[in-house]
Design a protein. Structure first.
Length: 169
């Protein structure tokens, strides 16, 4: 196996997969989605983002959901682990997707930069917006959810010390 690195150097962005988390949240037959800007283009996605130092994947999904939607999320299952390559950015992603309910909403919370709005869409409405989905993983995660494919959170093991990331306001 060859790599484009010299000894003791960091891998290039193309060589290092990016670990992201996402949340599939259904309520009253609608899915919690966001409309966000991706390189200046409005796209539709689930609440999702990158893990921060010291977070478990579940904590990252809770934080990202709150930051992007104003909803408090309680993960109950691991939906799945998805791998993809963005051919435009030449980046590889590994995405851990969680499911569970939202417990409350803070309608006055300022959403993350780049988030245009939060929307609740039915599966049929998501299919109509298929060309606007941020990536094929968005629809794949929803379809896996609808097939009732999920795994217990207990399959994720962490050796992190008790760490509570700062709560962003």
């Amino acid at each position: 196996m060859t790599q484009n690195t010299t000894p003791n150097s960091e891998p290039s962005p193309q060589e290092r997969p990016r670990l992201t988390v996402a949340a599939v949240i259904e309520q009253d037959r609608r899915f919690l989605m966001i409309e966000e800007l991706d390189n200046g283009v409005p796209v539709i996605n689930q609440p999702a983002g990158h893990m921060e130092f010291g977070e478990t994947p579940e904590q990252a999904a809770v934080r990202e959901t709150l930051e992007e939607t104003g909803w408090h999320f309680k993960p109950t299952h691991l939906q799945g682990i998805y791998q993809s390559i963005d051919p435009v950015r030449q980046r590889q992603y590994l995405r851990m997707t969680f499911t569970g309910p939202v417990t409350r909403h803070d309608p006055h919370r300022q959403l993350d930069h780049g988030i245009l709005r939060t929307i609740w869409l039915t599966y049929e409405e998501i299919l109509l917006e298929k060309e606007r989905l941020r990536s094929p993983m968005v629809l794949r995660c929803i379809e896996d959810y609808l097939r009732d494919e999920s795994y217990p959170l207990g399959m994720i093991h962490s050796d992190l010390p008790e760490y509570h990331p700062p709560v962003t306001s």
